[in-house]
Design a protein around this ligand. Structure first.
Ligand SMILES: [Zn+2]
Length: 425
């Protein structure tokens, strides 16, 4: 099948090449080309924004082992419907993706689904139990793009130091779910503060995250390996990241939609779709995250898409699992909050946070419209008004706190390697 496209007349934004203006984009045989392709499909993008395909570097696809929550196939379709052409799969599956055999299995399933690009990560430690290092080199040869124990945090600084040194040998970034287990405690279900007291729910403090972000700053500085702090939720974490980056330390951070859109007050109705890890925090934390996005301290936007079956979430608050789906609402939430309400960034900066910034960290040959690169495109309308309807999700997960929200901004067409995988009609 020929994958040739001429995308005409859109506002073309490619932060990697400093492009921003009305132009045409061409794809020949699935790769960007510099001239119109004769006989290609013509797409009229007038009035729309044409970007490199969006990359979500924090997604739980749940396979192997948890196919009732999501499968690689349904997760990939949800990504396409949300405007993402590439997703990075977290390794906290059943079993944990901690050896090359599982990585190969994921890659085979991803290729068979053939919807979006799926890049696997490997666990830092065997079983993500925090003890023995996983075979990072063997997994690197199998094609992982990073390592993480996401869902857990390596508590031993010595193990994390060895992981950083090992990752350095293979040119892999080390990702961390920053959470000190002694401060968080096994019973905690939300942010520790006014609302945890009012609701009578055990909480954990910001400090549990910040102390590990600070640990990672020291390890990144000592080893030279880039360490990326996942789903940053607290004001103090942003400050520690900013200070480390000012000293040239290779420490980065990502922000997720729910931490920008909601506070711990949302838990007042005991809605388990507001139970996530890290937890929703306070308005002052949102202000700090917005400030960190505005000044570039937080350089990457990601979803932490975490589907669960309805029967798992429809239980008492303490028993419900952490996490919400995010792939199909993220672009809307980011546009609504970052562009329209808070004016934290302009559109090219927001596109960079979804394209070239994660591509650079992970070493992907994507996130740009440069001729020769894979022809992944997201066509979006940053002003399009729509209402979130979880019954329309391609994901198996319905666990969203955003059902019924009116948002401005949506991806309208998703193109992977010159092939349209989703088109809003
Ligand atoms: Zn996590």
């Amino acid at each position: 099948m020929k994958r040739n496209l001429n995308i005409r007349g859109g506002r073309v934004i490619d932060p990697a090449t400093n492009r921003d203006g009305v132009a045409d984009v061409f794809i020949a045989d699935g790769k960007f080309a510099s001239a119109p392709v004769s006989g290609a499909e013509e797409i009229d993008a007038r009035g729309l924004v044409v970007c490199p395909g969006f990359i979500d570097m924090h997604v739980h696809l749940r396979e192997p082992g948890q196919g009732t929550k999501e499968t690689i196939e349904t997760g990939a379709r949800a990504a396409a419907a949300g405007g993402f052409t590439s997703v990075v799969a977290m390794p906290n599956t059943t079993p944990v993706a901690d050896h090359p055999g599982i990585i190969a299995w994921i890659e085979e399933r991803a290729a068979a689904s053939g919807v979006v690009n799926i890049f696997p990560t490997g666990a830092i430690t065997v079983g993500s139990l925090g003890g023995q290092l996983a075979p990072i080199g063997a997994m690197a040869r199998e094609g992982i793009v990073a390592v993480t124990d996401d869902g857990h945090c390596v508590q031993s600084h010595e193990v994390m130091r060895r992981a950083a040194e090992y990752c350095g040998l293979f040119g892999l970034p080390l990702l961390d779910h920053c959470q000190d287990a002694s401060l968080a405690g096994p019973e905690a279900v939300m942010h520790e503060g006014y609302w945890s007291t009012v609701l009578g729910l055990p909480g954990w403090p910001r400090m549990a995250e910040e102390i590990i972000v600070a640990r990672n700053a020291l390890l990144a500085e000592a080893t030279g390996t880039p360490i990326h702090c996942q789903h940053i939720s607290s004001a103090g974490s942003v400050r520690i990241l900013r200070e480390a980056q000012a000293r040239g330390v290779r420490l980065s951070g990502e922000a997720c939609p729910h931490h920008l859109a909601l506070t711990d007050e949302s838990l007042a109705g005991y809605d388990t779709n507001c139970k996530m890890n890290p937890p929703l925090r306070e308005a002052s934390d949102i202000d700090a995250l917005i400030g960190g996005i505005a000044d570039g301290t937080l350089s990457i936007l990601a979803t932490d898409h975490a589907p669960h079956a309805a029967y798992e979430k429809e239980v008492e608050f303490a028993a419900a699992p952490f996490g919400i789906v995010g792939l199909e609402t993220a672009v809307g939430i980011f546009c609504e909050i970052l562009l329209h309400r808070r004016r934290a960034v302009d559109l090219p900066r927001m596109v960079a946070m979804l394209t070239i910034n994660p591509a650079k960290l992970l070493g992907l040959d994507r996130g740009t419209l440069r001729p020769g690169a894979p022809g992944d495109v997201t066509i979006m309308d940053p002003g399009r008004v729509w209402i979130v309807d979880r019954e329309q999700f391609a994901s198996k997960g319905r666990n969203t706190p955003f059902h019924g929200w009116e948002l401005r901004g949506r991806a309208v067409r998703t193109i992977v390697g010159g092939r349209t995988v989703w088109n809003l009609t």
